[in-house]
Design a binder for this molecule. Structure first.
Ligand code: ASP
Length: 698
């Protein structure tokens, strides 16, 4: 069954749109098969499309592209070696670091298999099969059902499809919604849960330029690392892996970026986008900024504590700067205004066409909902942030929820608390202890409470008011941290298996707060479910009109599923009078090296670089691939399917491409594989790893 439209429609559209491929579009594997092969060849694809993906066999080079802990990665050897970004495996490096063995600073090379370091919660999924289940999902929702019932029915159907799919050995399945529910696809992957760290460069290389250079060009960051996937205690043998290109890229070359982009919001209406800007990103920037300061201030001059919070601090900082980039980019690119203008033209086009009458009503409804949601958006943001914030709060609320959900039959539980999730939830709770530095956690919690106490009338969080609303909230919080057992790993793991009654009987004050918060979290989540049900009904109607008006294939918004982007290596003009070239080299890295963080290279790198012509070692390059968060670690390959680099970032002017693609500034950043080869050879002397990386054509 065609993925989006009939094959004939696709072919006709493809023939008329020769500039279709380069640039915009995170194409699904099925869409790739429906694109005009001649056009792909013209762009630079030398392989037959079937080598990328053969749906009958569930095989092809795309199957060498894995999801690794929310990032992307690629198999690069027959013995399960995976290349991804340093920032994607940073949590594992932090998990194994101590002040007397600081792998964050020094980096890590496993010289033998025995030396590899297991990641407690790292998992890899390898794609196997995609099945269109739109008809089944739509049939599951009773005709005329209310939005909550619709949402529940869709949920139940998804769970039963997933359960049937996971009956086959090692399978991990999900049903992904495309374009808000225009299409549903059941995705079957193989899950590998034994993943070990093989190589991480010193932080000063893997994160060269730190937060100063993050989301920026020109860039000189060696953002890569390696892991190995094991199955039944032995290195996993992937069906496909990427050979290493013998010749690197140059300006104008064709490249493909394969990976798992997380979430984009291009299909939102302008009104929905504006709400994201005014609340989600604005509040994110504010709260995450406070959390970052809390972590920095409470760990100053304490090296052990700095290691403990390193991974949290790094990811908060990344998301914080991203929020700034989204806000700046929305304004600079006038993206919402453009979306509005586009909507007007769709409306004018659709008005005289009776088949789109429902689409116009759906759009009105989506906008009205966006307006209504503004009333509680600040509170909703804070309730949502519970899952990403202070560990004590996150754990306490999870423990209460887990105990409540356990009282239900498995299929009736929330997805996150079904039996299939329990082991990973437990592993995360255990793993989190390595990131828990109590003063930092407490300071983050205090920032969250301060914001909750300032909420407007009509969106108060009652639990916060009751516990922290009178008296000195900081003192109350300090008392909670002093008396709770949730922050003790051993006690927390005991609580993990306890019933609601047992948890209550503990009279733990932090659990007490979580019990008070639970009904508010539940009713917020139920409201979200109702909203999701409405959106799943409305968005597809509106999108049908938008896509028909566009008259050419439209790639759906990112949703964490496998995608391919076709691109070209090229620079850009960030502003009037400035042109950026698309490649940097080791020489530029040396130029930036001041000896002061975050431009402080290890001496071994400087020494090795000075013995060669550093301008001949390519380091980072730009292309106009359509990427987002989650594409970190994506294999960047040439037209022959050979690995030339790894995607790791976007440029500042392109952060807001989550809302809309602008070809003038849409640039992703990859680290060049030739830099990795140089580093492994000249600096790390990691011959064992170099032997494993197979050059193409061998
Ligand atoms: N650096 C990004 C990330 O953290 C990749 C991107 O958003 O382009 O996921």
């Amino acid at each position: 069954m065609p993925f989006f439209h009939s094959a004939r429609w696709w072919a006709a559209a493809a023939l008329t749109t020769s500039s279709l491929i380069a640039g915009e579009g995170k194409w699904t594997p099925q869409q790739v098969l429906q694109l005009d092969p001649l056009m792909l060849r013209k762009q630079g694809l030398e392989l037959p499309v079937s080598r990328l993906w053969d749906p009958r066999r569930g095989a092809g080079l795309l199957a060498a592209t894995v999801n690794i802990g929310g990032c992307s990665g690629g198999f690069v050897s027959s013995t399960g070696l995976i290349l991804t970004n340093h920032h994607c495996l940073f949590g594992v490096v932090q998990e194994h670091s101590r002040p007397d063995r600081d792998l964050i600073t020094a980096g890590f090379v496993a010289r033998t298999r025995e030396e590899e370091l297991p990641g407690k919660t790292t998992r890899v999924t390898v794609p196997r099969k995609f099945t269109d289940v739109t008809a089944e999902i739509n049939a599951a929702a009773p005709a005329g059902a209310g939005d909550l019932d619709r949402s529940k029915a869709v949920d139940a159907k998804q769970k039963s499809l997933v359960a049937a799919c996971e009956a086959s050995a090692g399978a991990r399945c999900r049903v992904a919604a495309f374009d808000g529910g225009l299409q549903y696809v059941l995705i079957e992957s193989l899950e590998l849960s034994d993943v070990r760290l093989v190589y991480a460069p010193p932080r000063a290389v893997g994160e060269f330029g730190g937060e100063v250079d993050n989301w920026m060009w020109p860039r000189h960051t060696g953002d890569f690392a390696m892991a190995r996937a094991y199955k039944d205690g032995k290195p996993y043998t992937p069906g496909f892996y990427f050979p290493i290109a013998r010749t690197g890229v140059k300006p104008g070359d064709f490249v493909m970026v394969l990976g798992y982009p997380g979430r984009t919001v291009r299909s939102l209406t302008a009104a929905e986008m504006a709400a994201q800007r005014d609340f989600y990103y604005t509040l994110r920037e504010q709260l995450y900024g406070e959390w970052i300061r809390a972590l920095e201030d409470s760990t100053k001059d304490n090296p052990a504590a700095a290691i403990t919070v390193a991974a949290t601090l790094k990811s908060l900082s990344n998301v914080y700067k991203n929020a700034q980039g989204q806000l700046a980019g929305l304004a600079r690119g006038r993206i919402i205004e453009k979306q509005q203008a586009h909507e007007e033209s769709v409306k004018t086009w659709a008005s005289p066409r009776p088949e789109f009458a429902k689409a116009l009503l759906a759009k009105q409804d989506l906008d009205a909902r966006a307006a209504a949601r503004r009333k509680t958006a600040t509170r909703d943001f804070l309730l949502q942030a519970v899952a990403n914030g202070p560990l004590a709060l996150k754990h306490a609320t999870q423990l209460v929820r887990l105990a409540a959900e356990r009282e239900k039959a498995d299929a009736d539980r929330e997805t996150d608390y079904m039996d299939r999730e329990i082991p990973r939830l437990r592993a995360r709770m255990e793993r989190d202890q390595k990131s828990l530095f109590q003063p930092a956690d407490q300071a983050m919690f205090a920032a969250w409470i301060a914001r909750a106490l300032k909420l407007a009338e009509g969106e108060r969080i009652e639990a916060v008011d009751r516990v922290f609303g009178s008296g000195d909230s900081l003192k109350t919080l300090a008392y909670l941290y002093q008396s709770t057992k949730v922050t003790s790993l051993a006690e927390r793991l005991k609580m993990f298996d306890e019933s609601l009654a047992q948890l209550r009987a503990r009279r733990d004050p932090l659990l007490g707060f979580a019990f008070l918060l639970e009904p508010e979290l539940r009713s917020f989540q139920a409201a979200e479910k109702t909203h999701d049900g409405a959106v799943a009904r409305l968005r597809p109607e509106w999108r049908r009109a938008v896509i028909a008006h566009t008259g050419k294939p439209v790639a759906p918004d990112a949703n964490g599923t496998l995608r391919v982007s076709f691109a070209q290596v090229k620079g850009y003009a960030p502003r009037d009078g400035v042109i950026y070239t698309p490649q940097t080299t080791l020489a530029g890295m040396l130029e930036k090296h001041t000896g002061v963080e975050p431009f402080d290279l290890p001496q071994a790198v400087v020494d090795a670089a000075r013995t060669i012509d550093a301008a001949k070692v390519p380091l980072n390059f730009l292309a106009d691939a359509d990427t987002t968060g989650g594409n970190s670690g994506s294999p960047t390959v040439n037209g022959r399917g050979e690995l030339v680099g790894l995607n790791f970032d976007r440029v500042w002017e392109n952060v807001a491409n989550d809302f809309g693609y602008n070809p003038a500034v849409a640039r992703n950043i990859s680290v060049d594989i030739r830099f990795l080869l140089w580093l492994l050879k000249d600096v790390e002397k990691a011959d064992n790893l170099l032997r494993e990386l197979q050059p193409a054509g061998k």
